[in-house]
Design a protein around this ligand. Sequence first.
Ligand code: CP
Length: 308
Amino acid sequence: MGGIVFKGRDIISIRDFSGEELLYVLSIARRMEQRPQPALMKGRIMASMFFEPSTRTRLSFTAAMKRMGGDTIGFAKGEVTSTKKGETLWDTVKMIEAYSDVIVIRHSLEGAARLSAEAASIPVINAGDGTNQHPTQTMIDLYTIQKEIGKLDGITIGFLGDLKYGRTVHSLAIALSHFKAKMYFISPTALKMPEYYLDELEQKRVTFHETDDVLKALKHLDVLYVTRIQQERFADPLEYEKFKNVYKVGPDILNGAKKSLIVLHPLPRVGEIDPALDEFPNAAYFRQAANGIPVRQAVLSLVLGAVK
Ligand code: CP
């Protein structure tokens, strides 16, 4: 596509991408899924720097790279690195860029990925920075919605759960603003979507509603995007206890919903989705997680200039 350049680019915030660019990533992901490329990354090394726990993101990036013939190095927790001896993130990144072609980083601090990108001359991909952003999860979410529903334009989505700390919600709401999506933000008041995100959506003329009652939104929804209450972000454990069981989505949610409703969740789930829902075709969250491979293959091959 004319004018779209990904080679050498960092993937830090979903705000850095236009709607056209996001659709382009999805088109490459589709190509990756339909026509696997087992040698595309031969001789390339991906470094994964995970300072926070992860199952899906770290392993799907690793699998994506390996399935394209590439190699990986990295660590799954900061404790095993020389940051434990006091080395700065900046210096750590300066070292790792000498050993690899692309860096994938997850960190508990907002801005850590942006700082890493400033330190590195190779592409840096944000795999989640604190409560801020998780842009490749958002690309997976968009890909899943497009694949399951057949479109992104004009959908109605309900975000349910911890909207204050849930970085995947923050990224996805901004991304969907390119596609005239209507949004319901469903949460207890204490965990509502931060005001600055709502202001941004208002400026982009997005239609949204806030409620604490999923039943008020349900019949309108094409997508119900459930999130866990983010225990690790609460300063006060008692506050977490207050909210940890506030929503539970099970098969009964399908009564009163559109027949075509899909339920998404970035996972892990910790009680907010009843496993009894899994057997219904509406439960798309495991298919969503599986889409991590083609989408992350697309992202890696684009920033490394292996596809155009
Ligand atoms: N969705 C997601 O980021 O999962 P992990 O925390 O397991 O990587």
